[in-house]
Design a protein around this ligand. Sequence first.
Ligand code: PGA
Length: 253
Amino acid sequence: MRSKIVAGNWKMNLSQTEAKALCKEVNKLNIGSEIEVYIFPPMLYASDCKAISTRVKVGAQNAHPKDQGAFTGEVSMWQLKEAGMDAVLIGHSERREYFQEDNALLKQKLDSALAHGIRPFFCCGEPLGIRQDNSFLSYVKNQLEESVFHLSAAEFEKVVLAYEPIWAIGTGQTASTEQAEEMHAAIRSWVGEKYGKETAEKTSILYGGSCNPSNAQALFACENVDGGLIGGASLKAADFSVLVAEGTWTILN
Ligand code: PGA
C-alpha cells in the first residue's frame, strides 16, 4: 500500500516565533495513524522546527544540486542532510517561474537529493494556458520525462510526486476531483510504463493547489490522489488539523 501524505509548504511566511509556535501546534494535532505529515518551513527556521518535531517530518523548500562551493545565498542537499532534514521540495512552480528553474536543473537537484538520502517531493503541473488548450497531459508528462524518468526504479521509489496545476495555486480555484483524478491516473500510468505496475502502485502522488478543509475530503477520496501539498491552509493549525485527521481520509473511501 502506498503512503498517504499531507505536506505543508509554508513558503516565505511567518516570523521565527510564529513558525516555532505553529510547529508545536502541528506536532500536537490528532494525526491519522497511517498518515505521514511533513512541513516545509522557511529554511532559516527549519532546524528549529526539526528540533521541536516528534510526529512530523521536516523538509526544505529548495536546495542547490552542488554540495559545496561559491554559490552565494544557496544551501545544498548535503547541508540539508547534515542539518537533519528529511525531505526537499523540487520543482515547485514558484521556483520554476520566479527563479527560472528548468527541467534540466531540476533533474540535477533530484539526483543530488537522492545521493544524500533526502526524500524529494517533485512538483509538476501546467499553467492556465496549457490547461485551456488541452495539452496539459503531454506538458506534465514532458516535465517527468525530462527531470525524473532517468532514475532507476530503486531511486524512483524514494520520490514523492506532487501534481500542482499552477492555475490552482493560491487562487482558491481548486482542480475538480475529475480534473485531479484524470491527471493523477495519467501520471500513475506513465510511471507504470516506465517502472512497472508494482512501482506505480507504490508511488504517492499528492495534489496541490487551493486544497483546504472544505475540499480535501473529496480530493483525497479520489483513487489516485494520495494526499496533498498544502500552501495557505497549512499556515493555520486549525485548517491543517482537518487535512491530517483520520476522518478526512476515510469517510468517502
Ligand atoms: P496553496 O499552495 O495551497 O496555497 O494553493 C499550494 C502550493 O503551492 O504548494
